[in-house]
Write a protein of this length. Structure first.
Length: 441
Protein backbone atom coordinates (compact mmCIF):
# COMPACT_ATOMS: atom_id res chain seq x y z
CA UNK A 1 0.00 0.00 0.00
CA UNK A 2 1.34 3.44 -0.90
CA UNK A 3 0.51 4.91 2.50
CA UNK A 4 2.89 2.43 4.17
CA UNK A 5 5.63 3.53 1.78
CA UNK A 6 4.90 7.20 2.39
CA UNK A 7 4.80 6.71 6.14
CA UNK A 8 8.20 5.00 6.01
CA UNK A 9 9.71 7.88 4.05
CA UNK A 10 8.18 10.48 6.35
CA UNK A 11 9.53 8.77 9.48
CA UNK A 12 12.88 7.53 8.23
CA UNK A 13 13.90 10.55 6.17
CA UNK A 14 14.31 12.49 9.42
CA UNK A 15 17.23 10.20 10.17
CA UNK A 16 19.10 11.17 6.99
CA UNK A 17 19.97 14.58 8.45
CA UNK A 18 21.12 12.92 11.68
CA UNK A 19 23.25 10.42 9.74
CA UNK A 20 24.96 13.23 7.83
CA UNK A 21 25.44 15.32 10.98
CA UNK A 22 27.13 12.48 12.86
CA UNK A 23 29.35 11.75 9.88
CA UNK A 24 30.36 15.40 9.48
CA UNK A 25 30.73 16.44 13.12
CA UNK A 26 32.06 13.24 14.66
CA UNK A 27 33.70 11.37 11.78
CA UNK A 28 37.14 11.39 13.46
CA UNK A 29 35.95 10.46 16.93
CA UNK A 30 37.21 7.14 18.30
CA UNK A 31 34.26 5.12 19.64
CA UNK A 32 35.84 1.74 20.42
CA UNK A 33 39.14 0.07 21.12
CA UNK A 34 39.55 -2.99 18.94
CA UNK A 35 41.51 -5.91 20.36
CA UNK A 36 43.62 -8.38 18.43
CA UNK A 37 41.31 -11.15 19.65
CA UNK A 38 38.38 -9.45 17.92
CA UNK A 39 40.34 -9.23 14.68
CA UNK A 40 41.45 -12.86 14.79
CA UNK A 41 38.16 -14.37 15.97
CA UNK A 42 35.63 -13.21 13.41
CA UNK A 43 35.39 -9.49 14.30
CA UNK A 44 33.04 -10.36 17.16
CA UNK A 45 31.66 -7.32 18.92
CA UNK A 46 33.22 -4.68 16.66
CA UNK A 47 30.79 -1.74 16.40
CA UNK A 48 30.93 -1.02 12.67
CA UNK A 49 27.43 -1.43 11.20
CA UNK A 50 24.23 0.63 11.24
CA UNK A 51 21.18 -1.59 11.77
CA UNK A 52 18.07 0.19 12.97
CA UNK A 53 15.70 -2.78 12.88
CA UNK A 54 16.95 -4.70 15.92
CA UNK A 55 19.68 -4.88 18.54
CA UNK A 56 21.02 -7.89 20.40
CA UNK A 57 22.04 -7.45 24.02
CA UNK A 58 24.15 -10.15 25.67
CA UNK A 59 21.97 -10.20 28.79
CA UNK A 60 18.54 -9.08 27.60
CA UNK A 61 18.42 -10.77 24.20
CA UNK A 62 16.99 -9.37 20.98
CA UNK A 63 14.98 -6.14 20.86
CA UNK A 64 13.15 -5.03 17.75
CA UNK A 65 13.09 -1.24 17.61
CA UNK A 66 13.37 -1.37 21.39
CA UNK A 67 10.68 -4.02 22.01
CA UNK A 68 11.49 -7.42 23.51
CA UNK A 69 9.92 -10.61 22.22
CA UNK A 70 7.46 -10.84 25.17
CA UNK A 71 6.43 -7.25 24.47
CA UNK A 72 5.94 -7.98 20.78
CA UNK A 73 3.76 -10.98 21.57
CA UNK A 74 1.63 -8.71 23.73
CA UNK A 75 1.52 -5.55 21.59
CA UNK A 76 1.60 -6.54 17.91
CA UNK A 77 -1.77 -7.04 16.17
CA UNK A 78 -3.08 -10.57 15.66
CA UNK A 79 -6.00 -12.16 13.89
CA UNK A 80 -7.54 -13.45 17.10
CA UNK A 81 -7.00 -12.29 20.68
CA UNK A 82 -5.66 -15.71 21.72
CA UNK A 83 -3.35 -16.10 18.69
CA UNK A 84 0.21 -15.11 17.88
CA UNK A 85 1.18 -11.72 16.40
CA UNK A 86 1.22 -11.37 12.63
CA UNK A 87 4.69 -11.08 11.05
CA UNK A 88 3.38 -8.26 8.86
CA UNK A 89 3.15 -6.17 12.02
CA UNK A 90 6.78 -6.82 12.93
CA UNK A 91 7.87 -5.86 9.41
CA UNK A 92 5.98 -2.58 9.81
CA UNK A 93 7.67 -1.98 13.17
CA UNK A 94 11.16 -2.74 11.86
CA UNK A 95 10.65 -0.57 8.78
CA UNK A 96 8.89 2.45 10.29
CA UNK A 97 9.91 2.30 13.93
CA UNK A 98 6.49 2.42 15.54
CA UNK A 99 3.89 -0.14 16.51
CA UNK A 100 1.26 -0.63 13.81
CA UNK A 101 -2.48 -0.52 14.11
CA UNK A 102 -4.40 -3.63 13.12
CA UNK A 103 -5.51 -1.92 9.91
CA UNK A 104 -1.88 -1.27 8.95
CA UNK A 105 -1.08 -4.96 9.32
CA UNK A 106 -4.10 -6.13 7.33
CA UNK A 107 -3.18 -3.70 4.56
CA UNK A 108 0.33 -5.14 4.34
CA UNK A 109 -1.20 -8.62 4.11
CA UNK A 110 -3.40 -7.47 1.24
CA UNK A 111 -0.50 -5.70 -0.46
CA UNK A 112 1.71 -8.79 -0.30
CA UNK A 113 -1.16 -10.93 -1.60
CA UNK A 114 -1.40 -8.71 -4.70
CA UNK A 115 2.37 -8.92 -5.24
CA UNK A 116 2.69 -12.69 -4.73
CA UNK A 117 2.64 -13.71 -8.41
CA UNK A 118 5.80 -15.68 -9.22
CA UNK A 119 6.98 -15.63 -12.86
CA UNK A 120 6.95 -19.00 -14.61
CA UNK A 121 10.68 -18.93 -15.29
CA UNK A 122 11.32 -19.10 -11.53
CA UNK A 123 9.48 -22.41 -11.32
CA UNK A 124 11.36 -23.53 -14.44
CA UNK A 125 14.66 -22.84 -12.70
CA UNK A 126 13.57 -24.87 -9.68
CA UNK A 127 12.28 -27.72 -11.84
CA UNK A 128 15.53 -27.84 -13.81
CA UNK A 129 17.38 -28.87 -10.64
CA UNK A 130 17.49 -32.46 -9.38
CA UNK A 131 14.98 -33.12 -6.62
CA UNK A 132 17.85 -34.35 -4.49
CA UNK A 133 19.27 -30.80 -4.52
CA UNK A 134 19.26 -29.29 -1.05
CA UNK A 135 16.14 -27.21 -0.38
CA UNK A 136 18.31 -24.16 0.30
CA UNK A 137 20.08 -24.65 -3.03
CA UNK A 138 16.75 -24.55 -4.83
CA UNK A 139 15.53 -21.64 -2.70
CA UNK A 140 18.63 -19.51 -3.35
CA UNK A 141 18.57 -20.22 -7.09
CA UNK A 142 14.91 -19.21 -7.28
CA UNK A 143 15.62 -15.94 -5.48
CA UNK A 144 18.45 -15.03 -7.84
CA UNK A 145 16.35 -15.92 -10.88
CA UNK A 146 13.80 -13.26 -9.92
CA UNK A 147 16.36 -10.50 -10.48
CA UNK A 148 15.02 -10.25 -14.03
CA UNK A 149 12.10 -8.37 -12.45
CA UNK A 150 14.19 -5.96 -10.38
CA UNK A 151 12.67 -2.48 -10.48
CA UNK A 152 15.75 -1.05 -8.75
CA UNK A 153 18.07 -2.52 -11.36
CA UNK A 154 16.05 -1.06 -14.24
CA UNK A 155 15.88 2.36 -12.56
CA UNK A 156 19.61 2.39 -11.87
CA UNK A 157 20.40 1.62 -15.50
CA UNK A 158 18.23 4.51 -16.65
CA UNK A 159 20.17 6.89 -14.42
CA UNK A 160 17.77 7.53 -11.53
CA UNK A 161 19.08 9.99 -8.95
CA UNK A 162 20.66 8.19 -5.98
CA UNK A 163 18.36 9.93 -3.51
CA UNK A 164 15.54 7.82 -4.99
CA UNK A 165 17.35 4.47 -4.73
CA UNK A 166 15.29 3.64 -1.65
CA UNK A 167 12.02 3.96 -3.60
CA UNK A 168 12.70 1.21 -6.13
CA UNK A 169 14.46 -0.86 -3.46
CA UNK A 170 11.22 -0.71 -1.47
CA UNK A 171 9.24 -2.01 -4.45
CA UNK A 172 11.67 -4.88 -5.03
CA UNK A 173 11.65 -5.77 -1.33
CA UNK A 174 7.87 -5.84 -1.10
CA UNK A 175 7.64 -8.01 -4.22
CA UNK A 176 10.34 -10.35 -2.99
CA UNK A 177 8.88 -10.84 0.49
CA UNK A 178 5.43 -11.40 -1.02
CA UNK A 179 6.72 -14.18 -3.29
CA UNK A 180 8.84 -16.10 -0.80
CA UNK A 181 6.06 -18.23 0.77
CA UNK A 182 4.96 -19.36 -2.71
CA UNK A 183 8.51 -20.30 -3.68
CA UNK A 184 9.24 -22.06 -0.40
CA UNK A 185 6.00 -24.05 -0.52
CA UNK A 186 6.62 -24.99 -4.17
CA UNK A 187 10.02 -26.46 -3.22
CA UNK A 188 8.48 -28.27 -0.25
CA UNK A 189 5.72 -29.87 -2.29
CA UNK A 190 8.13 -30.67 -5.12
CA UNK A 191 10.57 -32.55 -2.91
CA UNK A 192 8.33 -34.17 -0.32
CA UNK A 193 4.90 -34.42 -1.99
CA UNK A 194 5.63 -35.54 -5.54
CA UNK A 195 4.98 -32.14 -7.17
CA UNK A 196 1.42 -32.03 -5.84
CA UNK A 197 1.27 -28.24 -5.54
CA UNK A 198 -1.29 -26.09 -3.71
CA UNK A 199 -2.28 -22.68 -5.01
CA UNK A 200 -2.07 -19.66 -2.69
CA UNK A 201 -5.16 -18.30 -0.99
CA UNK A 202 -5.07 -14.47 -1.16
CA UNK A 203 -7.51 -14.25 1.74
CA UNK A 204 -4.91 -15.61 4.14
CA UNK A 205 -2.17 -13.74 5.96
CA UNK A 206 1.47 -14.16 4.91
CA UNK A 207 2.47 -16.93 7.36
CA UNK A 208 -0.95 -18.59 7.18
CA UNK A 209 -0.65 -18.81 3.41
CA UNK A 210 2.74 -20.50 3.71
CA UNK A 211 1.22 -23.17 5.96
CA UNK A 212 -1.70 -23.58 3.55
CA UNK A 213 0.49 -23.98 0.46
CA UNK A 214 2.72 -26.47 2.27
CA UNK A 215 -0.40 -28.56 2.92
CA UNK A 216 -0.67 -27.86 6.65
CA UNK A 217 -4.00 -26.09 6.80
CA UNK A 218 -4.87 -26.38 10.48
CA UNK A 219 -5.24 -23.29 12.63
CA UNK A 220 -2.60 -24.76 14.95
CA UNK A 221 0.13 -24.84 12.27
CA UNK A 222 -0.76 -21.36 11.06
CA UNK A 223 -0.49 -20.10 14.64
CA UNK A 224 2.91 -21.73 15.03
CA UNK A 225 4.23 -20.30 11.77
CA UNK A 226 3.16 -16.79 12.77
CA UNK A 227 5.28 -17.14 15.91
CA UNK A 228 8.12 -18.77 13.95
CA UNK A 229 8.21 -15.98 11.37
CA UNK A 230 8.27 -13.30 14.07
CA UNK A 231 11.07 -14.68 16.22
CA UNK A 232 13.37 -15.68 13.33
CA UNK A 233 12.96 -12.42 11.41
CA UNK A 234 16.02 -10.46 12.52
CA UNK A 235 19.02 -10.65 14.82
CA UNK A 236 20.76 -7.28 14.36
CA UNK A 237 23.19 -6.66 11.50
CA UNK A 238 26.30 -8.66 12.29
CA UNK A 239 25.03 -12.22 11.81
CA UNK A 240 26.02 -13.86 8.53
CA UNK A 241 22.71 -13.64 6.67
CA UNK A 242 22.08 -10.01 7.67
CA UNK A 243 25.66 -8.92 7.05
CA UNK A 244 25.88 -10.70 3.71
CA UNK A 245 22.66 -9.04 2.55
CA UNK A 246 23.93 -5.64 3.68
CA UNK A 247 27.40 -6.17 2.18
CA UNK A 248 26.21 -7.24 -1.26
CA UNK A 249 23.54 -4.55 -1.19
CA UNK A 250 26.22 -1.94 -0.45
CA UNK A 251 27.61 -2.57 -3.94
CA UNK A 252 24.16 -1.50 -5.22
CA UNK A 253 23.43 -5.05 -6.27
CA UNK A 254 19.67 -5.40 -6.56
CA UNK A 255 17.69 -6.78 -3.57
CA UNK A 256 17.35 -10.22 -5.17
CA UNK A 257 21.14 -10.58 -5.43
CA UNK A 258 21.64 -9.19 -1.93
CA UNK A 259 19.07 -11.45 -0.31
CA UNK A 260 20.32 -14.44 -2.32
CA UNK A 261 23.76 -13.86 -0.81
CA UNK A 262 22.21 -13.72 2.65
CA UNK A 263 20.50 -17.04 2.08
CA UNK A 264 23.72 -18.70 0.98
CA UNK A 265 25.16 -17.58 4.30
CA UNK A 266 22.11 -18.78 6.21
CA UNK A 267 22.63 -22.25 4.73
CA UNK A 268 25.89 -22.71 6.65
CA UNK A 269 25.99 -25.17 9.57
CA UNK A 270 27.18 -22.43 11.92
CA UNK A 271 24.15 -20.28 11.08
CA UNK A 272 20.66 -21.24 9.90
CA UNK A 273 21.46 -24.86 9.14
CA UNK A 274 21.82 -25.44 12.89
CA UNK A 275 18.06 -25.96 13.31
CA UNK A 276 18.38 -29.09 11.20
CA UNK A 277 21.46 -30.21 13.12
CA UNK A 278 19.56 -30.13 16.43
CA UNK A 279 16.90 -32.60 15.29
CA UNK A 280 19.47 -34.82 13.61
CA UNK A 281 21.56 -34.89 16.80
CA UNK A 282 18.54 -35.77 18.97
CA UNK A 283 17.51 -38.62 16.68
CA UNK A 284 21.12 -39.80 16.61
CA UNK A 285 21.11 -39.79 20.42
CA UNK A 286 17.83 -41.72 20.61
CA UNK A 287 19.22 -44.35 18.26
CA UNK A 288 22.52 -44.58 20.10
CA UNK A 289 20.84 -44.94 23.51
CA UNK A 290 18.23 -47.31 22.07
CA UNK A 291 15.39 -45.55 23.85
CA UNK A 292 12.87 -42.86 23.01
CA UNK A 293 12.57 -41.88 26.67
CA UNK A 294 16.14 -41.34 27.86
CA UNK A 295 16.88 -40.44 31.45
CA UNK A 296 18.71 -37.26 32.43
CA UNK A 297 21.76 -39.41 33.18
CA UNK A 298 21.71 -40.97 29.71
CA UNK A 299 21.41 -37.57 28.05
CA UNK A 300 24.28 -36.24 30.17
CA UNK A 301 26.42 -39.19 29.12
CA UNK A 302 25.65 -38.61 25.45
CA UNK A 303 26.42 -34.89 25.72
CA UNK A 304 29.81 -35.71 27.25
CA UNK A 305 30.46 -38.25 24.49
CA UNK A 306 29.62 -35.61 21.86
CA UNK A 307 32.07 -33.17 23.42
CA UNK A 308 34.79 -35.82 23.77
CA UNK A 309 34.51 -36.50 20.04
CA UNK A 310 35.31 -32.85 19.36
CA UNK A 311 31.78 -32.00 18.27
CA UNK A 312 29.42 -29.34 19.57
CA UNK A 313 25.98 -29.79 21.08
CA UNK A 314 23.83 -28.17 18.40
CA UNK A 315 21.43 -25.48 19.55
CA UNK A 316 23.65 -24.44 22.47
CA UNK A 317 25.92 -21.42 22.60
CA UNK A 318 25.72 -18.05 20.89
CA UNK A 319 28.26 -15.54 19.61
CA UNK A 320 26.68 -12.68 21.58
CA UNK A 321 24.08 -13.92 24.07
CA UNK A 322 25.10 -14.90 27.58
CA UNK A 323 21.73 -16.20 28.74
CA UNK A 324 18.91 -18.42 27.48
CA UNK A 325 17.77 -17.04 24.13
CA UNK A 326 14.37 -15.32 24.57
CA UNK A 327 13.37 -16.90 21.26
CA UNK A 328 13.91 -20.32 22.87
CA UNK A 329 11.77 -19.23 25.82
CA UNK A 330 8.96 -18.01 23.55
CA UNK A 331 8.78 -21.40 21.85
CA UNK A 332 9.00 -23.22 25.17
CA UNK A 333 6.04 -21.21 26.44
CA UNK A 334 4.13 -21.90 23.22
CA UNK A 335 4.73 -25.64 23.66
CA UNK A 336 3.70 -25.56 27.32
CA UNK A 337 0.43 -23.86 26.33
CA UNK A 338 -0.56 -25.90 23.28
CA UNK A 339 1.36 -29.20 23.26
CA UNK A 340 0.60 -32.01 25.67
CA UNK A 341 3.18 -34.72 26.34
CA UNK A 342 5.16 -34.79 23.10
CA UNK A 343 8.21 -37.04 23.41
CA UNK A 344 10.54 -34.94 21.26
CA UNK A 345 9.62 -31.73 23.07
CA UNK A 346 10.06 -33.50 26.40
CA UNK A 347 13.60 -34.43 25.35
CA UNK A 348 14.33 -30.83 24.33
CA UNK A 349 13.26 -29.70 27.79
CA UNK A 350 15.39 -32.43 29.36
CA UNK A 351 18.43 -31.28 27.42
CA UNK A 352 17.75 -27.76 28.66
CA UNK A 353 17.97 -29.06 32.25
CA UNK A 354 21.02 -31.21 31.67
CA UNK A 355 23.25 -29.51 29.09
CA UNK A 356 24.14 -26.07 30.56
CA UNK A 357 25.97 -27.32 33.69
CA UNK A 358 27.99 -29.79 31.62
CA UNK A 359 28.91 -27.19 29.03
CA UNK A 360 29.79 -24.68 31.74
CA UNK A 361 32.08 -27.16 33.47
CA UNK A 362 34.28 -27.44 30.38
CA UNK A 363 35.45 -23.87 30.96
CA UNK A 364 35.69 -23.36 27.20
CA UNK A 365 32.14 -22.23 26.40
CA UNK A 366 31.18 -18.61 27.04
CA UNK A 367 27.45 -19.27 26.71
CA UNK A 368 26.18 -22.71 27.81
CA UNK A 369 22.54 -21.74 27.22
CA UNK A 370 20.22 -22.72 24.33
CA UNK A 371 19.57 -20.54 21.31
CA UNK A 372 16.51 -20.39 19.06
CA UNK A 373 17.49 -23.54 17.13
CA UNK A 374 17.30 -25.73 20.21
CA UNK A 375 13.49 -25.66 20.22
CA UNK A 376 12.22 -24.68 16.76
CA UNK A 377 12.65 -28.04 15.06
CA UNK A 378 10.84 -29.97 17.78
CA UNK A 379 7.77 -27.74 17.44
CA UNK A 380 7.70 -28.01 13.66
CA UNK A 381 8.11 -31.78 13.91
CA UNK A 382 5.26 -32.06 16.40
CA UNK A 383 2.88 -30.27 14.03
CA UNK A 384 3.69 -32.58 11.15
CA UNK A 385 6.45 -30.65 9.38
CA UNK A 386 8.90 -33.49 9.83
CA UNK A 387 11.17 -32.85 6.85
CA UNK A 388 13.90 -31.15 8.84
CA UNK A 389 16.14 -30.65 5.80
CA UNK A 390 13.59 -27.97 4.90
CA UNK A 391 13.69 -26.04 8.17
CA UNK A 392 16.38 -23.61 7.02
CA UNK A 393 14.21 -22.53 4.08
CA UNK A 394 11.49 -21.56 6.55
CA UNK A 395 14.12 -19.69 8.55
CA UNK A 396 15.06 -17.87 5.33
CA UNK A 397 11.48 -16.83 4.60
CA UNK A 398 11.30 -15.30 8.06
CA UNK A 399 14.73 -13.65 7.95
CA UNK A 400 13.68 -11.73 4.83
CA UNK A 401 11.56 -9.43 6.98
CA UNK A 402 14.47 -7.99 8.92
CA UNK A 403 17.32 -7.98 6.43
CA UNK A 404 15.22 -6.53 3.63
CA UNK A 405 13.68 -3.84 5.83
CA UNK A 406 17.29 -2.93 6.69
CA UNK A 407 18.22 -2.85 3.02
CA UNK A 408 15.56 -0.21 2.34
CA UNK A 409 16.95 1.89 5.19
CA UNK A 410 20.50 1.44 3.84
CA UNK A 411 19.45 2.91 0.51
CA UNK A 412 17.54 5.76 2.14
CA UNK A 413 20.60 6.73 4.21
CA UNK A 414 22.78 6.40 1.12
CA UNK A 415 25.24 4.14 2.93
CA UNK A 416 28.46 3.69 0.93
CA UNK A 417 29.96 0.46 -0.33
CA UNK A 418 31.40 -1.53 2.57
CA UNK A 419 35.17 -1.82 2.27
CA UNK A 420 37.13 -2.53 5.47
CA UNK A 421 40.91 -2.68 5.34
CA UNK A 422 42.80 -5.93 5.76
CA UNK A 423 46.38 -6.83 6.66
CA UNK A 424 48.58 -9.88 6.43
CA UNK A 425 49.10 -11.99 9.52
CA UNK A 426 52.61 -10.60 9.64
CA UNK A 427 51.22 -7.09 9.45
CA UNK A 428 49.07 -7.69 12.52
CA UNK A 429 52.01 -9.26 14.30
CA UNK A 430 54.03 -6.09 13.72
CA UNK A 431 51.18 -3.97 15.09
CA UNK A 432 51.29 -5.73 18.45
CA UNK A 433 54.94 -6.88 18.67
CA UNK A 434 56.83 -4.33 16.62
CA UNK A 435 58.78 -4.59 13.36
CA UNK A 436 61.47 -6.82 14.87
CA UNK A 437 58.98 -9.45 16.01
CA UNK A 438 59.81 -13.03 15.15
CA UNK A 439 57.42 -15.25 13.26
CA UNK A 440 57.22 -17.73 10.44
CA UNK A 441 54.58 -15.85 8.40
Amino acid sequence: MEYIKNRFFEKASKCITEYQRLKTEHGNKVIANITMEQVLSGMKGMPCLITDTSKLDAQEGIRFRGYSIPELREKLPRLRPEGEPLPEGLFYLMLIGELPEREDVLNISKDWATRAYVPQHVFDVIDAMPKISRPMTQFSAAIISMATDSIFQKAYRTGVNKKYYWDTTYEDVMNLIARLPRIAAYIYRRIYHNDDHIEPDPRLDWAGNLAHMMGHDSDEVKRLLRLYMVIHSDHEGGNVSAHATHLVGSALSNPYYAFGAGMLGLAGPLHGYANQEVIHWIFEMIQSLDTEEPTDEQIASYIKKTLEEGRVVPGYGHAVLRQTDPRFTAQQEFAAKYVKDDNLINIVNQIYRVAPPILEETGKIKNPWPNVDAFSGALLYHYGIKEYNFYTVMFGVSRSLGVLASLIVDRLYGLPIERPSSFTLGGFREMVEGKNAKGSC
